[in-house]
Design a binder for this molecule. Structure first.
Ligand code: NAD
Ligand code: ZN
Length: 342
C-alpha cells in the first residue's frame, strides 16, 4: 500500500510502498478515506528537536483520519466492514490505575499512532477495537477527518461551564478557531479570541468568535473596556503555546476565573504567580481527548448543527501531499485535508 513515511532522519516525508498493517484478533483494519495534517505532523516533517528525540525511523506518520472498516479480528463483535470510523490516536495500556478506573485519557503509558506506532497517512491503518469511533450516518467525511483536533478543542472548551460566560481564547490556530465555534454553540456570551495573524482571526470570526483581537495592535484591557466587561473573563482557553499570550490571558481573568491549558509552550514560561493566588484562578492542563465522552460530545454537537467545516482551507489528493505540507509551513493554511480515494 501507499503511505507517507518518515524514511530517514532528515526533513521531509516520502510517499512509499509499504506492507499493509497486520491485524491482531482485537484489531480493526480501516481503509483510509481522508486525513488531515496536524501541527505534530509539521514537527515530524520539519524534523525539529522534538521530532528527532521522539520519532523512530522509518515510521508511517499521521493520526487525523476517517475511513471505512474493511476487516475485523476474531474477537471483534462490535464493529463490521462498511462502518465509517475515526480512531482515537492515543492507545492506552488498559492496566494502569487510571485505565482500570475508566479514566483512560489519564493513562500513564499512552502510545500515539503516527508517533510511536504506525500511523494513518496510508491506504490502510490498523487499530485496537477499543480505539475505534463510529461516526453518525451521513457525516461529511472532511469534517470526520478532523475529530482528533476537534476533540482537543472540545475537551478543552468543555472543562468549565460556558453558558452565559465570557470566554477568552488565546491563539486562533485551527484548534482555537474550532474552540470558538464550540463556545458559541454551548451558549457563551462573549467569545474573544487573540492571535498575531489577521487571516487566522478572520477565520475564527467565521467559526463563531464574537470579537477578534490582534495583540500586535490592540490590548485585551482595551477590548474588555469596549465590551463593558469590568471584572475580566470567566473562562480562559490557552491555545497558542505562546508564553506572552498565556501571561496576557492570566492578567485578563476575573477573580475565580478558570483556565484550561492546551497550548504546548516551547520554552519555560515565567508567569506572575501572585495573579493566580490573589485572583484565585484555577489552572488545568489538557491532553488529548476523553475516551469517549469527548467523542460523544463532538458527534452530537455536529448532529445538532455545529459547523466546523470553514476551518478546512485546503483539500487535495494524497499524492499532492508536498503542496499540503508547503502551505502549512508557509502559514497559509488552517486545516489541510488529503483525499486517499483514487
Ligand atoms: P497553531 O500553532 O496552528 O496555532 C497557534 C496560534 O497561536 C497561531 O495562529 C499563532 O499565530 C498564535 N499565536 C502566536 N503568538 C501569539 C500571541 N502572542 N497571542 C495570541 N496568539 C498567538 O496550533 P493548533 O494546531 O491550533 O494547536 C494549538 C496549540 O495546542 C499548539 O500549541 C499545539 O501544540 C497544542 N496542542 C496540544 C494538544 C494537547 O493534547 N495538549 C493537542 C494538540 C495541539
Ligand atoms: Zn493505562
Amino acid at each position: 500500500m501507499k503511505a507517507l513515511v518518515k524514511k530517514e532522519a532528515s526533513k521531509g516525508l516520502w510517499l512509499e510502498d509499504v506492507p499493509e498493517p497486520k491485524t491482531g484478533i482485537n484489531d480493526v483494519l480501516i481503509k483510509v478515506l481522508r486525513t488531515a495534517i496536524c501541527g505534530t505532523d509539521m514537527h515530524i516533517y520539519n524534523w525539529d528537536a522534538w521530532a528527532q528525540k521522539t520519532i523512530p525511523v522509518p515510521m508511517v506518520v499521521g493520526h487525523e483520519f476517517v475511513g471505512e472498516i474493511v476487516d475485523v479480528g476474531a474477537n471483534v463483535v462490535d464493529f463490521r466492514p462498511g462502518q465509517i470510523v475515526s480512531g482515537e490516536g492515543h492507545v492506552v495500556c488498559g492496566r494502569c490505575r487510571n485505565c482500570m478506573a475508566g479514566r483512560r485519557h489519564l493513562c500513564a503509558r499512552t502510545s500515539g499512532i503516527g508517533v510511536d506506532r504506525s500511523g494513518a497517512f496510508a491506504e490502510y491503518v490498523a487499530l485496537p477495537m477499543s480505539n475505534v469511533w463510529e461516526h453518525s450516518p451521513g457525516i461529511d467525511l472532511d469534517v470526520a477527518a478532523l475529530f482528533d483536533p476537534f476533540g482537543n478543542a472540545v475537551h478543552t472548551a468543555l472543562q468549565f461551564d460556558l453558558l452565559g460566560e465570557d470566554v477568552l481564547i488565546t491563539g486562533a490556530g485551527p484548534i482555537g478557531a474550532m474552540a470558538a465555534a464550540v463556545c458559541r454553540h454551548a451558549g457563551a456570551r462573549h467569545v474573544v479570541i487573540t492571535d498575531v495573524i489577521d487571516q487566522r482571526l478572520a477565520l475564527a470570526a467565521t467559526l463563531g468568535a464574537t470579537r477578534t483581537v490582534n495583540v500586535t495592535r490592540e490590548t485585551l484591557a482595551e477590548v474588555q473596556q469596549s465590551l463593558g466587561m469590568h471584572e475580566g473573563f470567566d473562562v480562559g482557553l490557552e491555545m497558542s503555546g505562546n508564553p506572552q499570550a498565556f501571561r496576557d490571558l492570566l492578567a485578563s481573568m476575573c477573580h475565580g476565573g478558570k483556565v484550561a491549558m492546551l497550548g504546548i509552550p516551547s520554552e519555560n514560561t515565567a508567569i506572575d504567580w501572585n495573579t493566580v493566588i490573589f485572583n484565585m484562578l484555577t489552572l488545568k492542563g489538557i491532553y488529548g481527548r476523553e475516551m469517549y465522552e469527548t467523542w460523544y460530545k463532538m458527534s452530537v454537537m455536529i448532529e445538532s448543527g455545529l459547523d466546523i467545516s470553514p476551518v478546512i482551507t485546503h483539500r487535495m489528493n494524497f499524492r499532492d501531499f508536498q503542496q499540503g505540507f508547503d502551505v502549512m509551513n508557509a502559514g497559509e493554511a488552517s486545516k489541510v485535508v488529503l483525499n486517499w480515494e483514487e
